[in-house]
Design a binder for this molecule. Structure first.
Ligand code: IMP
Length: 429
């Protein structure tokens, strides 16, 4: 039975929420496999808008939702998000929700460090979401993390806490901060432990069972390939691997289980936070894209930077992530432009490049080479079939698919679940 892995193919905010929600309604399990509550997924179901940061999107439809081991989990953010959704009428219990017991925790000391570093970085700041994501992953890789399973053994946490605090106290000292208050951290963990533990289990085992039963699994990626810690615009990236391959490692299933890789691609480009952005528009066109596309971050409310579609970047992302087909989103934001532009290559020091080079300084210097296309007059908003689209809009989609060397599987034409043109069903393919 087919599984589907959904990933963002740009810098995040491609409109994954809606697509994942639509797929989740047909999946038997939805799994988050990387990132944390830095993600922001907006789901619109009927008249109700749900905003998710940490929980898998399947939670809204009551589908089995799983937080895999690759996620870094803030227990307090988890509780707050569950309480918010419960107040909206969503039922969440140990039957429909599970957390990997080997997940690393995000602690208040991680949030502190994220903020201290960003404040001290001046113009070199990454523009993180301030949620402690990077410091939490550092401690995981540094083998100092407190994990979900540790919450069941808090009386034996002493030596682990010593190692963790010794590391953080040295860093905090460098920023002129007081050492970690160990007692209060331990008390906070004691207060939240049972809440988290009610959902904790070896999710690889649960997923194995789900898989054996022939169920469809939807792997829900967060952020985007260009924010991947290896393949993204380093160091202006998040601290996890956002590529499709992480679905396996971050949930405890083998690489063959990722199935159809659906890359979510916005019809133009946006980015939040700092870092290179070759097609960025600091003029009224960029402003128009931002206004029409409501480009404000779900998590931080920050205004997103906007620019033309960059086919070089998306082709690279699709290749790196083995994308089977893309979902093209927010095409309606381009409605009404006389001319639309697509970046097809870069110029750097007299050379033409068909890829984004690895070095940050080169990434910042590349000059986009544009192809111009005639815009379209009618609207694409709410289209549910090709016949509903203006001819020029169809030409734009065809050109995008040609340039990125990856087929379009679906086109999303509004935040509503039904406003979708389906070309290839990822679950059936
Ligand atoms: P962090 O993940 O909070 O460490 O932030 C690192 C970079 O990733 C910053 O540029 C953030 O703006 C960006 N980022 C993190 N999560 C998201 C997301 O869900 N959408 C878009 N950008 C994100």
């Amino acid at each position: 039975m087919a599984n589907v892995t959904v990933i963002g193919a740009q810098w995040g905010d491609e409109g994954k929420g809606k697509i994942v929600d639509w797929l989740a309604s047909r999946a038997d399990a939805v799994v988050r496999f990387q990132g944390g509550h830095n993600a922001g997924h907006t789901l619109v179901v009927g008249d109700v808008t749900y905003k998710l940061s940490l929980l898998p999107s399947g939670i809204v439809t009551g589908t089995l939702s799983i937080i895999g081991n690759g996620v870094v989990l803030d227990p307090w953010a988890l509780k707050a998000e569950i309480e918010k959704l419960t107040a909206q009428g969503v039922e969440i219990d140990a039957e429909n929700f599970a957390i990997a017991d080997n997940c690393a925790l995000i602690l208040p000391l991680h949030r502190d460090l994220d903020g201290l570093r960003e404040n001290a970085a001046g113009t070199g700041k990454i523009g993180t979401t301030g949620r402690g994501i990077g410091p939490a992953y550092e401690d995981k890789v540094g083998r100092r993390a407190i994990r979900v399973c540790d919450l069941a053994h808090l009386d034996a946490l002493g030596p682990q806490l010593d190692r963790l605090c010794a590391h953080h106290d040295a860093l905090r000292h460098g920023f002129g901060q007081d050492p970690v208050d160990r007692e209060s951290l331990l008390n906070e963990l004691r207060e939240i432990a049972d809440y988290v533990l009610q959902f904790a289990q070896p999710v690889w085992k649960r997923l194995k069972k789900v898989r054996k039963a022939g169920a469809r699994i939807l792997f829900e990626g967060a952020q985007g390939v260009l924010l991947d810690v290896d393949h993204g615009t380093y160091p202006f990236v998040t601290s996890s691997n956002t590529v499709s391959g992480t679905a396996a490692a971050g949930s405890g299933l083998g690489p063959a289980s990722t199935g159809f890789v659906l890359g979510i691609v916005k019809a133009y480009t946006t980015r939040v936070g700092s870092g290179p952005f070759p097609t960025e528009l600091s003029d009224e066109i960029g402003q128009r894209l931002g206004e029409r596309g409501h480009e404000f971050g779900t998590v931080t409310g920050r205004q997103r930077r906007c620019g033309w579609f960059d086919a070089v970047l998306v082709r690279q992302s699709c290749s790196i992530s083995g994308v089977t087909g893309i979902a093209l989103t927010k095409l309606d934001v381009l409605d009404g432009f006389d001319v639309v532009r697509i970046c097809t290559g870069y110029r750097l020091d007299g050379r033409i490049l068909d890829y984004l080079p690895a070095h940050a300084a080169d990434q910042a210097r590349v000059e986009p080479i544009y192809e111009e296309m005639e815009g379209w007059k009618g609207t694409t908003a709410g289209a549910r079939s090709w016949a509903d689209l203006p001819a020029q809009a169809i030409k734009y989609i065809q050109r995008v698919q040609e340039l990125i060397e990856t087929p379009v599987a679906l086109v999303s034409t509004s935040p509503e679940r039904e406003d979708t043109i389906l070309v290839r069903d990822p679950f059936v393919d």
